[in-house]
Ligand binder design. Structure first.
Ligand code: FAD
Length: 510
């Protein structure tokens, strides 16, 4: 008998996997296809923050800020190991927004979004406060709380939960055609080896991010909504200062540049915002953007920041809903749905943020509920992602107690990457040899097997630059060993040899 899915979700970025997870948890039969790896596009190229978006207040995006702040609380509970609080220092200097305006913004930020577990904003005298130490000319400032997140791991873990609830997740599987027929949508997918596969679904969900309009065309649909593509670039440099707090720098062009502690030894600096046209897969960080970000940091920090220090760089393209704003920075980050019901329904998603993905999925399913009479109730607000039941600080201590052979930084990395599922990877191991081969930096064969078997990893890039950031510290030969291992276990279905180099346009391994 032919299989009919309730939903065919196109796109394995955060929005697609969130809709797949929510829908599968409500008893729907879901198929998600992703043409590359999960999170291989915008959802691994973000600033990696779960935040209200203080600067969106300037553009009057109150709905979005309110929803994002409320979601920050939900996500902190849902995956405490992936979404972790962080303090943001906002120094004031020549050319900054007036102090009263920043004060007002933070006042609102503290009050929008309902109950909160994070501390409120405070004024600072950065000449005296240790948080001013890394700054060139410390003066007045503020500190407030938001959260960091591992964007790619959030996406992959959400996909895992969707799969555990019954969704079929097909990576390296592209939607190449879709047409309405009597039963719904008849779609052609091309799998990893190019073999076509015909599937039928009652509803098409187009979560293709920057490719949302291309997928509309593939499905023979038009739209009233328009997309504005805005490229954002980040660079990674050796740590600029000690401590676990970030800085929010007001640049002289009124743009904001984040400096965020990243992966123990590094600082993440971003982002630029430039209009983009062309294939989003080709977006790269230009030398001019590197100079712009380094200059922004040099203006504020004592530590030098030079283009030559950049160890990694990545660019992503925001798929924003076109609201005719004048500048790229002013375009709304809010999401908009385009529902076509001139036949079997097709729902397309424009815009959105990592922070609002869960709520976006709820809203998307509310829009589709009229066409899915058997749909269950919303359930994700009180849920946990896999591994998210325990406090991560306690978990780290338990891992060190129960697996004393682990190095401290490996225990920390495992706890922050997998939450309580770290125990499932480590199993009954009593010594490091029990975890199989060590590929370097505490990355074991047991962990690699988990990534392949449970997280759809197929290439060294999937492993070293998305599901972990070990690409930052591994040598080319260590990366090559991982690529060779993957080639053996996946029978060459990925392209591990090619993937052993850093992703296009990025600085390679040390
Ligand atoms: C520079 C930058 C910084 C950001 N920082 C933050 C931040 O700090 N916090 C925050 O909350 N948000 C942030 N965002 C926003 C957030 O990253 C995006 O809104 C979000 O990742 C978009 O997810 P998506 O699922 O819509 O798109 P994507 O992640 O791009 O996913 C779409 C997927 O669809 C797939 N696809 C396309 N066509 C097909 C097809 N025909 N068949 C199968 N698959 C297909 C693609 O391969 C892709 O993986 C940032 C964005 C950028 C660019």
């Amino acid at each position: 008998m032919k299989e009919i899915f309730d939903l065919l979700v196109v796109g394995g970025g955060i929005n697609g996997v969130a809709i797949a997870r929510d829908a599968a948890g409500r008893g729907l039969k879901v198929l998600l296809c992703e043409k590359g790896d999960l999170a291989s596009a915008t959802s691994s190229a973000s600033s990696k923050l779960v935040h209200g978006g203080l600067r969106y207040l300037e553009h009057g995006d109150f709905r979005l800020v309110r929803e994002s702040l409320a979601e920050r609380e939900v996500l902190l509970r849902m995956a405490p190991y992936l979404v972790r609080p962080m303090r943001f220092v906002l120094p004031q200097g020549p050319g900054s927004r007036p102090r009263w305006l920043v004060h007002l913004g933070l006042f609102l930020y503290d009050r929008l979004g309902g109950a909160r577990s994070l501390p409120g904003a405070q004024s600072l005298d950065l000449r005296r406060d240790p948080l001013g130490a890394p700054l060139r000319a410390p003066g007045a400032g503020f500190v407030y709380a938001d959260c960091r997140v591992d964007d790619a791991r959030l996406t992959v873990t959400t996909a895992r939960d969707a799969a555990e609830r019954g969704a079929l997740i097909l990576t390296r599987t592209e939607l190449v055609a879709a047409r309405r027929n009597g039963e719904g949508w008849r779609a052609t997918l091309h799998g990893p080896d190019g073999t076509p596969r015909e599937v039928t679904a009652r509803i098409l969900v187009n979560a293709a991010g920057p490719w949302v309009v291309d997928v509309l065309h593939l499905a023979g649909l038009g739209t009233h909504a328009a997309l504005r593509l805005v490229k954002g670039s980040h660079i990674v440099v050796p740590r600029l200062y000690p401590g676990d707090h970030a800085y929010l720098l007001q640049n002289d062009d009124r743009r904001i540049v984040f400096v965020i502690p990243f992966e123990r030894e590094f600082s993440l600096i971003g982002t630029t915002e430039l209009p983009f046209s062309g294939d989003p897969a080709t977006a790269q960080v230009t030398e001019a953007e590197v100079v712009y970000l380094c200059d922004a940091v040099a203006r504020w920090f004592v530590a030098p920041s030079r283009a030559a220090d950049v160890v990694w760089r990545y660019a992503g393209v925001r798929p924003l809903y076109e609201d005719r704003a004048r500048t790229a920075a002013a375009v709304t980050r809010d999401y908009v749905f385009d529902l076509d019901v001139a036949g079997a329904p097709a729902l397309s998603i424009f815009g959105g943020k990592l922070t609002t993905h869960r709520r976006l999925a709820e809203h998307a399913l509310a829009r589709l509920a009229a066409y899915l009479p058997e749909i269950g109730r919303s359930w994700t607000a009180a849920s946990h992602l896999p591994g998210g039941e325990d406090e991560s600080a306690a978990l780290m201590a338990e891992l060190r107690r129960d697996y004393p052979f682990l190095m401290a930084d490996t225990a920390e990395r495992l706890a922050q990457s997998y939450g309580s599922d770290a125990r499932r990877i480590l199993g009954n191991a009593r010594r490091s040899e029990d975890l199989g081969r060590d590929f370097g930096h505490g990355f074991s064969e047991a962990e690699l097997a988990w990534l392949v078997e449970r997280e759809w990893a197929a290439t060294a890039e999937d492993v070293l630059w998305r599901r972990s950031k070990l690409g930052l510290v591994m040598t080319p030969s260590e990366a090559q060993e991982i690529a060779a291992y993957l080639a053996r276990v996946t029978h060459g279905s990925g392209s591990p040899a090619a993937a052993a180099s850093a992703p296009a346009g990025q600085t390679a391994y040390r």
